[in-house]
Write a protein that binds this ligand. Structure first.
Ligand code: R5P
Length: 328
């Protein structure tokens, strides 16, 4: 990292993630005053100069502490505006989880494309670059007229899986829907194990509206590993896990980059047939960890973010980190 120019700034949602990223870069966090007015409006002011500096703002867009997801977005925009007006040399906004990423197209007439408006708002506020991890729809990068660097958690997750898998002949990657088939195949090929795809159906008559086939071929006696980009309500994964166990799977272990676990999803996982859940800390996990204890393992995302910041700051290619696999 170019210590003379680059500085790290933390949004208010997940200061631990920013602090561990800064520590990986041997940098201090830039001083920023954040507050919330009594009517809910947000405020941000740099209490040290950022003039001419290459500023990296790390903000986890999530519901956490006293933030709603929309508060987190607005605070991000306000911090970018403050940085621009304070003459930062460049502003890179690092959103480990990109919000509204599932609203990436018009699926019904007269709908918004909310992910696109988030990209535009960041740009309009003054961001010069956006960085995010495991975008639900990588094509949302097309909306940006500034560089948009897409990081992937795959190498981090593969490291964990290699430590975990003791009997590869008896372990399969399971895709919880057709949309994850390509990713699941890629994980299985890298790990040298089988993969299975189980189709997801949306049904209005069941809770969460998601079902999977009652019987899944080829998983009896197997250790099944489901890898998804995000878990929100848990509907997809919990339904898939139930089918796998009913079909005789020995264990079901789940990996997700973004463990959103909204509402009472952590409680639902706790009492579910899922044996273990691994998530990165792209959104805060302390509340989920308290509920799920040893059933939840948290994989630090700071090393990945720090490596990307180091490369960007040195004008070095991200290709060196991912070998091009981040272009999906
Ligand atoms: C679907 O396309 C995604 O990959 C996730 O499976 C989905 O968004 C997770 O949401 P939930 O946990 O609410 O089923």
């Amino acid at each position: 990292m170019n210590r003379h120019s680059a500085i790290i700034v933390s949004g208010g949602v997940h200061p631990d993630l920013s602090a561990s990223t800064a520590a990986s870069l041997c940098a201090d966090l830039t001083k920023l005053e954040l507050k919330r007015f009594s009517n809910g409006e947000r405020y941000a002011r740099f209490t040290e100069s950022v003039r001419g500096r290459d500023l990296f703002l790390i903000q986890s867009i999530s519901e956490a502490n006293e933030y709603s997801i929309n508060d987190a977005i607005l605070e991000t925009i306000i911090i970018i505006d403050a940085a621009r007006r304070a003459s930062a040399g460049s502003i890179t906004v690092v959103l480990p989880f990109f919000p509204y990423s599932r609203q990436d197209r018009k699926a019904l007439p007269r709908e918004p494309i909310s992910a696109a408006i988030i990209v535009r708002a960041l740009e309009m506020a003054g961001a010069n670059r956006i960085v995010s991890i495991d975008l639900h729809s990588p094509q949302i990068q097309a909306v940006a007229t500034i560089p948009f660097d897409h990081l992937i958690a795959e190498p981090t997750i593969i490291d964990e899986l290699q430590k975990l898998i003791k009997t590869p002949h008896n372990t399969s990657v399971v895709s919880p829907d057709a949309g994850r088939a390509k990713e699941s195949e890629m994980y299985a090929n890298t790990l040298g194990i089988d993969y299975v795809i189980i189709p997801k159906k949306r049904e209005a008559s069941v809770p969460h509206g998601i079902t999977h086939p009652e019987q899944v071929e080829g998983v009896a006696g197997k250790n099944c590993i489901i890898i998804d980009d995000m878990i929100d309500t848990g509907g997809t994964i919990l339904s898939a896990a139930k089918s796998l166990k009913k079909s005789g799977a020995k264990t079901v272990t789940v990996f997700a980059t973004h463990g959103i676990l909204s509402n009472n999803a952590a409680d639902k996982f706790n009492v579910s047939v899922v044996d273990r859940l691994f998530v990165l800390d792209t959104v805060p996990q302390s509340k989920n960890k308290k509920i799920m204890k040893d059933k939840l393992s948290i994989i630090p995302s700071a090393p990945l973010i720090a490596t990307a910041i180091r490369q960007i700051s040195a004008n070095a290619p991200l290709f060196d980190i991912f070998g091009g696999k981040n272009y999906k």
